[in-house]
Design a protein around this ligand. Structure first.
Ligand code: ATP
Ligand code: MG
Length: 231
């Protein structure tokens, strides 16, 4: 069965998960993200934040409980339909050893050159691409080595903007970018989230302040939830 996204509501219901049976990682996780709203996940390293995103993208299946998108159990829809309808901007983007155009188009190969360039411009990477002698035909190299970390993330942002999914998952970079670069990336990330259901693993205070709901994870439990003002 294909996943059909109508509004973009995401629900975790009493989700339990472990990688190894002797060690539970997520314990009774329940939350709802209303269509178009932003939930920020915060918590110490190892608390289970990235695992929540991995489960939503179905890299693993839950051990008990349910994950629903618009009332559909994600374990009962095809992985392709799920992944094609959710956008992900990871902490460390790994690109395909193909040209930049391919990397931006990935998942939407029928996109026109004009749409690709518009997405790259919105992700603030278009001008940088034009400086390469082969421009959009530049092959990025093994693991994207011709591009810096920030540039690779912008390619992932451009790809997500082009895909225009109803649901986006962001893992904010912890790496120290200079503040001007960071502000620019933030503007691009804001464009990715605008009007979409967003789950963001937040490392920046401004992300937390703007979230509709914050979930504080501790050792796989949600220990606090609320807005920035409430917590
Ligand atoms: P960080 O802030 O460092 O990214 P996180 O909150 O995202 O941390 P997770 O990546 O969700 O943490 O990991 C939660 C726990 O699960 C950690 O204790 C980690 O060691 C464990 N874990 C993660 N991936 C695996 C795996 N593939 N196999 C076994 N254990 C894993
Ligand atoms: Mg993580």
């Amino acid at each position: 069965k294909e996943l059909m996204i109508t509004e973009g509501k995401v629900e975790f219901k009493n989700v339990n998960f472990y990688y190894e049976p002797s060690r539970p990682i997520l314990n009774d996780i329940s939350f709802t993200v209303s269509p178009g709203k932003t939930v920020a996940l915060v918590g110490h390293t190892g608390s289970g934040k990235s695992t929540i995103i991995r489960l939503l993208f179905r890299f693993y299946d839950v051990d008990s409980g349910d994950i629903l998108i618009d009332e559909q159990d994600i374990s009962k829809v095809t992985q392709n339909s799920l992944r094609s309808k959710i956008g992900v901007v990871p902490q460390d983007t790994v690109l395909f050893n193909q040209d930049i155009q391919y990397n931006i188009q990935y998942g939407r190969f029928n996109a026109s050159p004009a749409d690709i360039e518009a997405s790259a411009a919105a992700a603030d990477i278009h001008d940088r691409i034009l400086k390469f002698p082969s421009q959009y035909d530049t092959v990025v190299g093994e693991r994207g080595l011709k591009l810096s970390g920030g540039e690779k993330q912008r390619v992932a942002i451009a790809r997500t903007l082009l895909k225009a999914p109803a649901i986006v998952l962001l893992d904010e970079a912890t790496s120290a970018l200079d503040t001007k670069t960071e502000r620019n990336i933030q503007t691009s990330l804001d464009r990715v989230c605008e009007g979409r259901t967003t789950i963001v693993i937040a490392h920046r205070l401004s992300t937390v302040v703007h979230a509709d709901q914050i979930l504080v994870l501790h050792e796989g439990h949600i220990v606090e939830r609320g807005t920035h003002d409430e917590l």
